[in-house]
Design a protein around this ligand. Structure first.
Ligand code: DGY
Length: 318
């Protein structure tokens, strides 16, 4: 029997590529960069199943080129790159990779929080220039974490994993959430309005999906409401923040600093951000651990196998 055809938009870690080759026929070898639109169209036109990543825009025009496509397995928990409604109209299933990247993303959020507060990257850069004159009492002073308030916008899986880690720093957590949250015994987690979280937090961490409602959720007005000593952290999607407004807030000292893993117009980063010393910038590394990226691939394959054999996808979205 002929093997089903898979189009994989990007090269995935070796064990996943090996598993794909063992089970399916690849439409063609995936590139190590985001494919051009014609390549994407060609891939979609021949595939029974596709694996996309957050860098591929899957709109109705692209779906119109895909007569035999049954499932789009998105190699990400976020799926704002896909027109899920249009896919549904065409009977194409869309799946994502929830749960397994929760810890990696929460860890990276804390890496950003610690790095920006204790000036880790700034210190490393200074030392490497060979200009460090030795220890001094007033040198590169950062801020304490212990006992400070952590604000979380979006208390889903990743938001809760970030909040759990705050217990180690004895930090109370304020959060917003659309859904009820089961608060673990003994932890100080309090649900608040967005305004309360903005005005009372020392660290504000964003964990909402990018939708029409959350685009520019944090803009000039919200930044104005934050404490001037507060830090903003974003490991969700760049466009949740109005990046131009953030640049002004950082330049004028409206807030103390920011730790960013995601950007409004990736891979472009607002030129001023790279010049500011009160910002730590990472290249979208939230889920970037080998174990996590392998598990994400396995989840894509599980969903594809289910749909191609006529069963529901365990991680269908929309
Ligand atoms: C996701 O899964 O949405 C991440 O941003 C990709 O690592």
């Amino acid at each position: 029997m002929a093997r089903s055809k898979i189009y994989c938009a990007r090269v995935l870690p070796d064990p996943i590529m090996t598993a794909i080759r063992a089970r399916y026929a690849l439409v063609h070898e995936p590139p190590d960069h985001s494919p051009s639109r014609p390549d994407l169209q060609q891939g979609f036109s021949q595939a029974d199943a596709v694996i996309t990543t957050l860098t591929e825009c899957v709109d109705d025009t692209l779906l119109a080129c895909a007569p035999r496509l049954k499932i789009i397995a998105n190699y990400a928990v976020g799926y704002n790159n896909i027109d899920v409604f249009a896919a549904g109209q065409r009977g194409i299933v869309v799946s994502n990779t929830p749960d397994i990247l929760t810890d990696a993303t929460a860890d990276l959020t804390w890496a950003l929080l610690l790095a920006v507060t204790r000036r880790v990257v700034e210190g490393d850069r200074w030392l490497r220039t060979g200009q460090w004159p030795g220890w001094a009492p007033t040198q590169m002073l950062g801020g304490n974490l212990t006992g400070k308030t952590l604000g979380i916008i979006g208390m889903g899986r990743i938001g809760q994993a970030v909040a759990l880690r705050a217990a180690g720093f004895r930090m109370p957590v304020l959060y917003t959430s659309r859904r009820p949250v089961a608060i673990p015994a003994g932890l100080s987690w309090t649900q608040c309005s967005l305004d309360e979280v903005l005005t009372q937090s020392d660290f504000l961490s964003l964990h909402v999906p990018l939708t029409d409602t959350t685009r520019h959720l944090i803009g000039a007005h919200e930044l104005q409401n934050m404490k001037p000593t507060a830090y903003l952290l974003n490991t969700s999607r760049g466009a949740v923040i109005d990046e131009a407004a953030l640049v002004i807030a950082l330049k004028t000292g409206r807030i103390a600093g920011a730790g960013l893993d995601v950007y409004e117009h990736e891979p472009a980063v607002h030129a001023t951000l790279s010049r500011l010393s009160n910002v730590v910038l990472l290249p979208h590394l939230g889920s970037a651990t080998l174990e996590t990226r392998i598990r994400m691939g396995m989840i894509c394959l599980t969903n594809i196998a289910a749909v191609l054999s006529g069963n529901p996808a365990p991680n269908q979205v929309g």
